[in-house]
Design a protein around this ligand. Structure first.
Ligand code: SAT
Ligand code: MN
Length: 595
């Protein structure tokens, strides 16, 4: 329980508005988790997997209309429309509150209101933030217990301190006598709403992932990015890894990639080069602040993984497979006849028969995918065999390099180094990626996704770039080096040129050695590329031609990108930091002379 007056008053107010049958304060205990599972089994939300195959693990099937983040229903309601910027959906905050209050009135009838206190970052860490989510979903309670530090210890540490209020409802009240459905949600009305000035989150109508687990994208990215801007730090959509070379030297690296582009695989990589070691600090979010030594220290605010299941296997990510052996919530995966989960590319051979993510019989001649492409696993970070002990360090780890990447079949080389922070900020601002299934919409189209923050920046993207540039001017800063990477280049025939996964350590090795000052680079119009012979290729199964293609400057392709970026920058008008326009035009000029 709590003596926090603000919290007590807020719970009372929400109770009056949402009219739940009862209120339950979550303590975060195992018994409470088990009870949530029991409720989900009873309501048909979840089913147990065979404990001999996957102990203490469950499969959940969502409504087919609620399978991913809904970006077109995600709103930044700042006082001033310009403060949200052209890449966010904006509504007037007062009007939005009126509309939401209508929707939330009576929305929890027949349900329980759960009070879920959670900490983003180790409890009591000077750089952690406390949120309290009010939700009517047992799935959310169970998931938040895995994904965050959750329960009574958070309230104890909070005392009468401040917290971010996160209100959530699946948006489907139950009238007396009405049977519940397995996955309650509101197919017609979904709202994922952020009020940056008052630091509040209201989410209605969806029970899935980032729409509903409000500590993740809503608090730790959208709201935190605003706080970070005001306080001089960075809240980023980045993995954090620890890289150790064969002689035991260490560098910590962050990497920003859009959703479903392999952050989890990179963060848990089993390196293909002998003697190199990757350990995981985080797979999705990094909060970075300057230490007294002028270095940027990154902390993972989460406590678990909400990872994309399809594509995960013993080759692509053996450490994830080990993480998933027990105590896992699976969502929208397929079910095997012997009571285990399955997803595309989990095994070399397709199973003969399955139950698909919708609960329908599936046979391998059907050609349809059995798991949803955005099927997910939810597992505690503590289960990952390569979790670095520093992941719980309340101050974070010092970052030597930052990677920006995405899925680009063409143009962007395997790796390039920025000349300095400003150039790196520019490279981050121009990244694009072919769309994945992590968000609703058409898969495959190229979209600009600056710093992989397009769906997650809680304010005007141009102001966000200005903030990055300001970070670069921090007095005494010892800034990380910045790299653009692309594991997803394809040949004209449509095959990947680079094997990826554990072989990506070859790129990390070059970056590591750049940080040490021992690897060479060549200047090119787009940035610094590995000098001849500097990328470790021993034992690598890639042809000379393909390697050359991967490290080649595609002048015409880049020039076309410059034109596209000029247009992209236009929409930000005079909020656009002039430094980035200067970088873009300078790039265009350097490329033109090579023509
Ligand atoms: O659903 S989430 O937003 O948590 C996953 C993602 O898009 O990265
Ligand atoms: Mn993500």
């Amino acid at each position: 329980m709590t003596k926090n007056a603000k919290l007590e008053a807020w719970v009372k107010q929400v109770r009056a508005m949402c009219q739940p049958d009862r209120v339950r304060w979550c303590d975060g205990s195992q018994a409470e988790y088990d009870e949530m599972i029991h409720l989900m089994l009873r309501s048909g939300t979840a089913q147990p997997l065979d404990p001999r195959k996957r102990p203490n693990s469950y499969l959940v099937r969502s409504d087919p209309g609620d399978v991913a983040r809904v970006e077109d229903r995600t709103f930044i309601c700042s006082e001033d429309e310009q403060a949200a910027g052209p890449t966010n959906n904006w509504r007037d905050p007062a009007e939005m509150k009126v509309a939401l209050t209508k929707l939330f009135t009576g929305c929890m009838r027949g349900r329980t209101l759960y009070v879920i206190p959670f900490s983003m970052g180790p409890i009591g860490s000077p750089i952690a933030y406390t949120g309290v989510q009010l939700s009517d979903s047992p799935y959310v309670v169970a998931s938040m217990r895995i994904m965050t530090r959750m329960g009574q210890p958070v309230l104890d540490a909070l005392g009468d301190g401040d917290f971010v209020p996160c209100l959530h409802s699946v948006g489907m009240p139950l009238s007396p006598g009405k049977m519940d459905v397995a996955w309650p949600c509101n197919a017609d009305d979904k709202y994922i709403v952020h009020f940056p000035e008052t630091r509040e989150i209201w989410s209605f109508g969806s029970g899935y992932g980032g729409n509903a687990l409000l500590g993740k994208k809503c608090l730790a990215l959208r709201i935190a990015s605003v706080i970070a801007r005001d306080e001089g730090w960075l809240a980023e959509h980045m993995l954090i890894l620890k890289l150790t070379n064969p002689s035991g030297q260490v560098h910590y690296i962050c990497g920003a990639f859009p959703s479903a582009c392999g952050k989890t695989n990179l963060a848990m990589m089993r390196p293909a080069l002998p003697g190199w070691r990757v350990e995981t600090i985080g797979d999705d979010i990094a909060w970075m602040r300057f230490g007294d030594d002028g270095r940027l220290y990154a902390m993972n605010p989460e406590a678990g993984f909400f990872g994309v299941a399809p594509g995960t296997n013993e080759t692509s990510n053996p450490n994830a497979m080990a993480t998933l052996r027990e105590n896992v919530l699976f969502t929208n995966c397929a079910l095997t006849p012997d009571g285990d989960v399955w997803w595309e590319d989990m095994t070399n051979e397709l199973p003969e028969r399955l139950t698909d993510w919708r609960g329908q019989p599936w046979t391998r001649d059907l050609k349809a995918s059995a798991a949803h492409p955005n099927a997910r696993f939810t597992a505690s970070a503590s289960q990952c065999p390569v979790m670095s002990p520093e992941w719980q360090n309340p101050h974070g780890v010092p970052i030597s390099a930052i990677l920006f990447g995405g899925r680009r079949a063409t143009v962007v080389p395997l790796v390039q180094e920025a000349r300095d922070w400003k150039h790196g900020t520019f490279l981050g601002s121009i990244i694009g990626s072919e769309k994945t299934a992590a968000a609703a919409g058409k898969v495959g189209d190229l979209r600009r996704d600056p710093m992989a923050m397009l769906p997650f920046c809680g304010y005007n993207m141009a102001d966000y770039w200005s903030h990055w540039l300001r970070i670069g001017r921090h007095p005494g800063a010892q800034l990380p080096r910045i790299y653009l990477v692309n594991w997803f280049r394809k040949s004209a025939g449509g095959d990947f040129l680079w094997p990826g996964f554990g072989e990506n350590v070859r790129v990390l090795k070059w970056i590591f050695e750049r940080c040490e000052g021992t690897a060479k680079a060549v200047e090119t119009p787009i940035g610094r590329l590995p000098a001849e012979g500097e990328l470790e290729v021993t034992g690598l199964d890639v042809s000379r031609e393909n390697l050359a293609e991967l490290l080649h400057v595609d002048t015409e392709g880049w020039l076309a990108d410059v034109v596209a970026m000029r247009e992209y920058y236009e929409q930000f008008g005079d909020r656009m930091p002039p430094e980035l326009r200067v970088e873009l035009e300078a790039l265009g000029q350097r490329l033109s002379v090579c023509r």
